[in-house]
Ligand binder design. Structure first.
Ligand code: HEC
Ligand code: HEC
Ligand code: HEC
Ligand code: HEC
Ligand code: HEC
Length: 405
């Protein structure tokens, strides 16, 4: 409250002077103001070193840093619907919600590529007091201007830096849903664009699991430097990176040679209690690749199936940007805990006694129009080697099949 009042005061002064350019006057000096309300993560590092180091390796720590984010932010701001400049930051750097007039600072820093503002960091979660699930997407309520941080402990240890308060919200999916359930730009698609699908009907969730159970696994350790043994939660947010990937799906492969013709049946069993992939950004796909290797391990046949969502814009053209979408084109995402069966048929490899069947489920690399891919490449210090252009393996099966007489 004090912070807000102070901000309004400075605004009034700026406006009444009139000659000062509003952008310069507002953006440059006000980062400290923002960070007074949302203390920077490096302030927490001193005492919460383990948590900090885990979080630092997580995608959350890079939520306004990636070349793909810069390129798509730019495309959004230039698009017809790009009037709400805060939109992308509402989840990628959610302190913008309390400082919408400073959005230019967020934009400038994200565009520069090395923002000193935090994205989704400590205060951005631990100052959330309530999540309103009646809203679509759900909305967080921040408590700023105080000295209290919210967390999971009832019996917290006192410290000199802040007060603590236990909130059950921190052990519930609600905390995550305000960013992970749906994206407001395509809210007009309604239920069709829920990113997670019917996750709350899944076996995992019905048996009491929350997002944190899998994505912030608990163990016993130090909650803060030198403190007693505690139930702590992993802050590296395993997802595309990390071991959790191995628990995503099972593949069952059956190959049948029938003379000239061979059929491979693949059962893809998703073990994930929500959609796989979650479809923001809209280019997210999971791809099932089949490779048949014949004589001298030469690939003689390849095919694939893609799981994801395609969108159409107002002109009915396909778009990879969900903020342009007015309609879902095709929806092939693997639904919560779904088993999908795929059949591939191809000529039986010749001049060989056996052949290899290789089946892999991967997160697909970034795809889209050439202009966008080039833009991402240009934005990346690694160019075409940027990790976003590489597939990420989830699970793989290989077997050697005799051709038979
Ligand atoms: C303030 C918004 C916000 C909240 C709250 C939030 N997330 Fe996220 N999360 C993000 C963003 C943005 C990314 C993508 C970061 C990137 O890759 O640039 C992300 C990425 C992730 C990833 C990595 C996904 C991948 O593809 O590897 C996981 C896992 C994750 N979040 C889990 C959670 C869980 C569990 C919670 C609740 C405890 C949570 N998040 C709360 C915004 C949020
Ligand atoms: C409702 C919250 C929300 C909004 C609004 C939102 N995002 Fe995201 N964004 C996420 C989450 C959560 C992830 C991680 C998803 C995952 O890994 O499955 C993500 C991931 C991404 C990624 C892939 C990770 C990366 O950093 O390269 C890009 C790019 C991205 N968002 C761009 C945007 C752009 C551009 C906008 C504005 C048009 C936007 N997002 C608006 C929540 C949001
Ligand atoms: C995406 C939201 C999110 C972010 C970002 C985040 N936390 Fe947490 N944090 C949580 C949740 C949720 C829990 C409770 C997990 C549980 O008990 O299952 C938690 C638990 C904790 C705890 C108590 C348990 C433990 O592991 O020690 C501390 C301390 C903590 N966080 C500090 C931090 C600090 C410091 C940062 C920044 C480096 C940070 N958190 C970033 C969501 C977040
Ligand atoms: C001077 C050291 C110090 C600093 C700096 C510090 N903390 Fe803490 N924090 C602690 C101690 C000690 C605890 C209590 C740990 C316990 O109860 O086991 C704690 C507990 C927490 C908890 C758990 C609260 C609960 O009730 O569940 C969270 C969340 C947390 N801190 C977040 C942060 C964040 C975010 C920052 C940076 C803005 C930060 N802390 C800075 C020492 C510090
Ligand atoms: C039973 C364990 C489990 C629970 C509960 C769970 N997930 Fe996942 N989640 C997974 C697995 C397994 C994957 C796939 C492997 C991976 O990418 O980590 C995954 C993947 C993800 C991804 C990255 C996939 C993508 O397509 O970008 C995000 C983001 C995510 N989960 C968010 C959430 C959120 C938010 C919740 C709570 C509503 C949640 N998860 C609940 C197990 C779980």
């Amino acid at each position: 409250m004090i912070v807000r009042a102070f901000f309004m005061l400075t605004c009034v002064v700026v406006l009444s002077i009139g000659t000062v350019t509003p952008v310069a006057a507002q953006t440059v000096p006000n980062q400290p103001l923002i960070e007074k309300a949302f203390p920077h993560s490096n302030k927490c590092k001193r005492c919460h070193e383990r948590v900090y180091e885990e979080w630092e390796t997580s995608p959350l720590a890079k939520s306004i840093h990636s070349p793909a984010f810069r390129a798509s932010l730019d495309a959004y701001l230039k698009s017809a619907g790009g009037k709400d400049q805060t939109l992308c930051f509402r989840c990628h750097a959610p302190h913008v919600r309390e400082f919408p007039d400073h959005v230019q600072l967020f934009i400038d820093q994200a565009k520069e590529g090395d923002p000193s503002l935090d994205g989704v960091a400590c205060s951005q979660c631990h100052l959330i007091k309530h999540v309103d699930r009646a809203k679509h997407p759900p909305e967080p309520q921040y408590e700023i201007g105080g000295k209290t941080l919210y967390g999971p402990y009832k019996d917290f240890v006192q410290n000199l830096a802040h007060q603590s308060m236990e909130l059950s919200l921190f052990q519930k999916s609600d905390l995550c849903l305000n960013c992970h359930q749906s994206v407001p730009s395509v809210a007009n698609l309604g239920k069709a664009n829920d990113l997670l699908g019917n996750w709350d009907q899944s076996r995992a969730v019905k048996s009491g699991k929350e997002c944190q159970t899998c994505h912030m696994p608990q163990q016993v350790g130090e909650s803060s430097n030198g403190e007693k043994k505690r139930t702590i939660a992993n802050h590296s947010f395993p997802g595309r990176i990390g071991k959790l990937r191995q628990e995503a799906a099972k593949l069952n492969v059956q190959t049948k040679v029938d003379g000239e013709k061979t059929t491979v049946r693949v059962k893809v069993q998703s073990l994930v209690p929500h959609n796989l992939p979650t479809t923001h950004p809209a280019w997210a796909t999971v791809v099932l690749n089949l490779d048949i290797k014949g004589k001298n391990l030469k690939t003689v046949f390849s095919d694939k199936r893609a799981y994801g969502r395609t969108y159409l814009d107002a002109q009915g053209q396909p778009t990879i940007f969900d903020f342009e979408a007015v309609k879902v084109g095709e929806d092939t995402v693997l639904k919560p805990e779904e088993t999908r069966e795929e059949t591939f048929t191809f000529p039986t490899p010749k001049d060989t006694k056996t052949f290899d069947v290789e089946v892999a489920l991967n997160y697909g690399p970034l795809n889209g129009p050439a202009s966008f891919l080039q833009r991402v490449e240009a934005e990346s210090s690694q160019g075409s080697q940027d990790p976003v252009f590489q597939p990420i393996e989830i699970v793989k099966r290989a077997e050697n099949i005799p051709v038979g007489k």
